[in-house]
Design a protein around this ligand. Structure first.
Ligand SMILES: Nc1ncnc2c1ncn2[C@@H]1O[C@H](COP(=O)(O)OP(=O)(O)OP(=O)(O)O)[C@@H](O)[C@H]1O
Ligand SMILES: [Mg+2]
Length: 335
């Protein structure tokens, strides 16, 4: 909908870890280099931590691209699985067929696979995303997987990725054996205000924006302040800014548009020019969840519904649509 108005080829602020939109700060590059090195050099357990929405999963997708294409990788994103489920998922990802039904049979099949890969000069990599949710018992069983080894080499490289709570979990006394095996700990942090500006411009560039200064300095400063440099939040706010800017027919996103977008996100309320839309205030975290889900809906499919860039009833169309997204998000959360 706003694509034509801002002459964009695609939406710049989708909440997906699309590697085409990858933006690497020096700190990101450092973390990525550490992980590639750790994975190639058999550094034992690798750990990557960062606050919610700072870009851990995005970085993992980049890591996968940087690893030798023949490296067998299992990428487990569902950290609520018990160990058996995790093992099953892992075997599937490694392409190990006919592993048997019992855990013991599966572990034997995994061991054979790892030895075979080693003979072919490869070290398999297991990536556990959202690892802060793994139960301590599951983490302990994951540690046992690192016992697959030859007298000279580890056969499986394990990367644990998660929010800062993961670090705390790894401090549990029951996990000290795992802790001792951590060979490398990389961390990513939120963007600085300057990086936030570059991040926004980088996304606009990939999306084909003719004017990379679509957001004024003042607008960017306010976005950086409000989001604390968390990329996911930057995406959500910027996407809302484009919606509001389009509805207001403003070619440039200035500070007042950002304020309206924030007001909408905070209050779930149509900004001043549009009337008749109210939504009950929620707790801040819930509002962010709803906002995030809303943005995901927008990014995923929602706007397919709206192909036209005609301005007739633009506010009404925009907010009716956003209201539907919010309702969907609310229903999901309420489930
Ligand atoms: N370096 C980056 N380059 C481009 N976009 C990014 C980057 N980091 C984050 N993003 C954007 O922010 C969104 C959230 O990032 P991501 O899902 O990687 O965060 P996360 O740290 O894994 O969050 P969570 O803790 O919730 O799992 C991504 O979908 C992507 O759109
Ligand atoms: Mg993630």
């Amino acid at each position: 909908m706003y694509l034509n108005f801002y002459m964009l080829d695609e939406k710049p602020f989708n909440a997906t870890p699309d590697p085409r939109f990858l933006f690497l700060t020096p700190a990101h590059r450092e973390a990525l280099a550490q992980l590639v090195y750790g994975a190639q050099e058999n550094k034992g357990f690798l750990v990557l931590t960062g606050e919610v929405g700072t870009g851990k999963t995005t970085l993992l997708h980049t890591l996968l691209q940087r690893l030798d294409s023949s490296t067998p990788v299992a990428f487990v994103m569902n950290s609520l699985l018990p160990f058996d489920g995790l093992l099953e998922y892992m075997l599937e990802d490694f392409g190990i067929r006919a592993a048997g039904q019992s855990s013991a049979q599966r572990l034997v099949a995994l061991n054979h696979f790892l030895i075979e890969r080693r003979r072919a000069g490869q070290t398999a990599v297991l990536i556990l995303d959202e690892a802060q949710n793994l139960a301590p018992e599951t983490l302990e069983q994951v540690r046992l997987l690192s016992n697959f080894e030859t007298p000279t080499d580890k056969l499986l490289q394990i990367l644990l990725v998660g929010q800062p709570e993961l670090k705390l979990k790894l401090q549990l006394p029951g996990l000290r054996q795992l802790r001792q095996r951590i060979g490398l700990h990389a961390a990513i942090r939120p963007l600085t205000p300057e990086e936030t500006r570059d991040y926004i411009q980088s996304r606009l560039r990939v999306a084909g924006a003719p004017d990379l200064r679509l957001f004024t300095d003042h607008a960017v400063g306010r976005i950086a302040e409000y989001t604390g440099g968390i990329p996911r939040l930057v995406n959500i706010v910027c996407d809302h800014c484009l919606l509001v800017g389009y509805a207001e027919q403003r070619r440039r996103i200035e500070g007042d548009i950002v304020e309206q977008a924030i007001e909408y996100l905070e209050e779930g309320r149509r900004p001043s020019r549009a009337r008749g839309f109210t939504w009950q205030r929620g707790r801040p975290v819930l509002r962010w969840v709803l906002g995030g889900l809303g943005a995901a809906f927008v990014g995923g499919a929602g706007f397919l519904v709206l192909g036209s860039d005609t301005l007739g009833g633009a506010w009404g169309t925009v907010f009716e649509h956003v209201l539907n997204i919010a309702r969907g998000a609310r229903d999901l959360v309420a489930r």
